[in-house]
Structures are given as C-alpha cells and as structure tokens.
Ligand binder design. Structure first.
Ligand SMILES: CC(=O)N[C@H]1[C@@H](OP(=O)(O)OP(=O)(O)OC[C@H]2O[C@@H](n3ccc(=O)[nH]c3=O)[C@H](O)[C@@H]2O)O[C@H](CO)[C@@H](O)[C@@H]1O
Ligand SMILES: C=C(OP(=O)(O)O)C(=O)O
Length: 444
C-alpha cells in the first residue's frame, strides 16, 4: 500500500493496549467499507443528486470521495454519515494517479466511467498486499461488452470501440470474483441490452450495490445468486440510499469478545450476513444470540476456547477478511486448529507479529497450523495490512501486559473510531502520538 506512516508534523501514531480486560457493553456498527467504496463510484452513473447514508468514516471512503471531487463531482457533507454526490457535470474520464493507486476500490471507476462516458483512464488499483491482485476477469467482462482495454503509461485505458455505449453481453467468470462482479454490474447498468454474469460472487456488498443502482432506476436481477441479469437502461436518476452495516467490522468485534471474554451487544447488523462467522465462533465455545438487528456475543473469561478448522471461501463461506482475526481467536483455543486460506496467496504476513506475542503458528503456503496457547503476552507489533492490523488489536486486548500496534493507518482504512468503540466496552486502548525521530533528524 502506498500510504505512509509519517504524518504531517513529524509524528508517529500507534495504539497502546493494556490487555487482559474482558469487554462488556454495546458497540454500534458503521456502514460497510466494501459496499461504500463501490457505491460511491456508482454515483458517476447517476444524473442528479445521490444522497448516500450510513457512510463509514474511514480513510478509504475519504480517498474515493476525493477522487470523485478531483473528477469534478459536487460532494456535500449532510451530516457525519451522509453525503450528497452530484456527478452530472463531470466530463473527465481520467482519474488522477496519486489518489487512485492508494486504494483497491479505485478499479470500480473503470466500470463506472466506461458505463457513463464510454471511456476510462484509471491507474491500476492499490489496496492491501494479499498476493497477486489481477483484474483479468473485470477486463474480460468489459471486452465482452464491446470495450477495448490496454494497460499502458501507468493506466488501465478502456474505451468503447463503436460509439459511446457498451453492449449487453453474456459473461462467465472463470473465478468467483467480488470485484469483477461489481465492476461488470457498474459497466452494464447503462449498456445497450442485457448483460448476464454467470458464476457471479454473492457477497452482501454485491446485493447492496445492486439495490443502490436499482433504487436509482437500474434493472438488476439475481444479485446474491450466482447468475446476475442486468437490463441496461437509458439513464439513472438521483435518490436516497442507505449502505448496509459492515459484516467484517461486526465480525471483528465478535472475535474481540471471543478472544478477550465478556458480553457485548453488537448493534446495527444484519445477523444473516454474520452467520458464516457466528457458526465458527460457536464451534469454539462462544455464545452468540441473534436479535433482529443485533447479535449478543458472550464468552466466559475463565473458560478456555475449543479448537476448530476454518477455510476461507467466497460468501456464504467464511470471509477471507476475517481470517487474521479468527486466527487470533484460535491461537487461544485448546488444541490444534487448521486455517486454509482459500482466496488469497499471501494473507499470513502477520504471522511474525503474532508470534512475538507467544502464538504458536506454522504456515505452509495457504495452510496455517495453530497450537493454542493458554495466553498471549503483550509486545510491540505492526499492522501489516487492514485486517491483520485488526487482528493485532484483538490479540492486544486478550494478552497479558501491554501491546503497541504500529502502522495503524492500515487499520484506519476500514475501521471507524475503533479506539472509541473499544473503550466504550471497557478496553484499555489509547492512541499515542510520538515524534517521528527520523523526520526530526532530517528536519534538524
Ligand atoms: C471472493 C472473495 O472473498 N473476495 C474478497 C476479495 O474481493 P476482491 O474484489 O478484492 O477480490 P476478488 O473477489 O476479485 O478476488 C477473489 C480471487 O479471484 C482472483 N481474481 C480476481 C479478479 C480477477 O480479475 N482475476 C482473478 O484471478 C483473485 O486473485 C482472488 O484470488 O477481497 C476483498 C478484500 O479482502 C473481500 O472483501 C472480498 O470478499
Ligand atoms: C483487504 C481489504 O480491503 P482492500 O481489498 O480494499 O485492500 C479488506 O477489506 O479486508
């Protein structure tokens, strides 16, 4: 990722956690990062004002809103979680380099700009390093719809060969890809004719993007199944839409209660979206009670967790974005657990960090074997990426002693107010700001 941990004023920030305190109380979940970062670019397709509610206050959202503004969108903050976006006056289909390379979701601008203008120039996506992150399936979809695509001069260049409008097409995805499914949906919403995506991904954020587009006048059917049908329309009109709660943020706090013990009501969630996470936590001995729009998570701080095996898979399988957090839970479970990473090639980069805290963790390719330990011990550790960073926080909450988590800008890509939310349930966690000595030395 291109973000830097050096921030204005030559300071470094980290989280300092004094662990070993069970968590009690309530946590409110914010809007879903992975839905927001696709729905905001989708506003490019709309003629008029889109009011988007339940937007999470995270740095990836700030970044994608900044990109739209750079392109010429009128973005107005209505309140903390609501923005009005009007892209009607944009005429520019070239996305600025510096911003777009910082986030993976900038690739949604390809589908949205192609759909709106018939051309797009977007830098290759950034995002967390989880292994190779190809976009060949996105490109396959655009090409099937009549686009030419090449990658040259540091940009993905895409344009429609004959005229300005893409044509509906049948696209079979060779691999279940969330990004390709959403990007093709974006491109197809205003296309001429019907697009059918086969072997589509089924994640909650795919359904959310379809619901957003449909609420603005699109005709998308089947989102949430593996065949999605998009009947292209002439135009989309403005409207109001509220983003779904963040499945992974909720799962992260569920894992925190599992690791640290206690009883927390996790509010503003869709319990159905959490079932894949709930099922695995229950196997380890955690109690989870589903309410209408909340889950109550309980774990006796004096009882040991039980081992289990986890394989990450596309939805409704166990999410890859919960793999590091679940690994911390299993590090504390009695017996040997096995995790198989089924989506990414390189999602165990945090292993050296968690080992510093006493976890017994062996990794061979996509498989991790974890021997549960009785307790973890606080240590200085680094957030290697967004979810690995969240996992370090969870480990710190459960550990004996003090844990310092560095590189927290990764965590802030996807977690709104994590320190306030955890402090609210009794965690001893602070943000500490210290002078950046390297920078001071340079300045001096
Ligand atoms: C299926 C899945 O769990 N997807 C996750 C993936 O979405 P994201 O959209 O980033 O990734 P994809 O779903 O597209 O990728 C899934 C797999 O398909 C491969 N691939 C993808 C696109 C492509 O054109 N060619 C190709 O080969 C990837 O290398 C990966 O192995 O990461 C996000 C952030 O961690 C998660 O929120 C998503 O839940
Ligand atoms: C890895 C993630 O995000 P991104 O794909 O945006 O890097 C994530 O949400 O867990």
């Amino acid at each position: 990722m291109a973000q830097t941990e050096r921030i204005e004023g030559a300071v470094l920030t980290k989280y300092v956690i004094r662990g070993g305190k069970p968590l009690y109380g309530e946590i409110d979940i914010s809007g879903a990062k992975n839905a927001a970062v696709a729905i905001i670019p989708a506003a490019l397709l709309v003629d008029g004002v889109c009011r988007i509610e339940n937007i999470p206050q995270i740095s990836d959202v700030t970044m994608i809103l900044n990109i739209l503004q750079e392109l010429g969108a009128d973005v107005r903050t209505v309140n903390r979680t609501t923005v009005d976006i009007d892209c009607s006056h944009i005429r520019n289909a070239k996305v600025p380099n510096e911003l777009a390379r910082k986030i993976r979701a900038s690739y949604y601008l390809i589908g949205a700009l192609l759909g709106r203008f018939g051309s797009a120039q977007v830098p290759p996506p950034g995002g967390c390093h989880l292994g190779d992150r190809p976009i060949d399936q996105h490109i396959k979809g655009f090409v099937a719809m009549g686009a030419e695509v090449d990658v040259r001069g540091g940009f993905v260049n895409a344009w429609v060969k004959d005229g300005k409008r893409l044509s509906g097409a049948q696209v079979y995805l060779d691999i279940v890809s969330v990004g390709a499914t959403m990007n093709i949906m974006l491109a197809a919403a205003l296309a001429d004719g019907t697009t059918i995506i086969e072997n589509a991904a089924k994640e909650p954020h795919i359904v959310d993007l379809a619901n957003f587009l449909n609420s603005m006048g699109a005709r998308i059917m089947g989102a949430g199944t593996d065949v999605i049908k998009i009947k292209g329309v002439e135009r989309l009109n403005g409207g109001t839409y509220s983003i779904i709660p963040d499945q992974i943020e909720a799962g992260t706090y569920m894992a925190a209660v599992a690791a640290a013990g206690g009883e927390v009501l996790i509010k503003n969630v869709i319990p159905k979206h959490l079932e894949c996470i709930t099922a695995k936590l229950v196997e380890t001995g955690v109690e989870v009670e589903e309410r209408d729009d909340a889950v109550l998570v309980r774990r006796d701080p004096n009882a040991r967790l039980t081992r289990t095996n986890v394989k990450t898979l596309p939805y409704p399988g166990f999410p890859t974005d919960m793999q590091p957090q679940m690994a911390v839970v299993l590090s504390l479970a009695e017996g040997t657990s096995v995790i198989t990473e089924g989506v990414w090639d390189n999602r165990y980069r945090y292993v050296d960090e968690i080992r510093r805290m006493g976890a017994q963790f062996q990794v061979d390719g996509k498989v991790a074997v974890i021997e549960g330990v009785d307790h973890l011990t606080g240590a200085p550790v680094r957030a290697c990426d967004l979810r690995a960073g969240a996992a370090m926080v969870i480990a710190g909450l459960a550990a004996h002693g003090v844990t310092e988590v560095d590189c927290i800008h990764y965590i802030e890509r996807g977690y709104e107010d994590i320190v306030r939310k955890l402090s609210g349930v009794g965690a001893d966690i602070r943000v500490v700001v210290t002078p950046d000595e390297d920078k001071q030395a340079q300045v001096g």
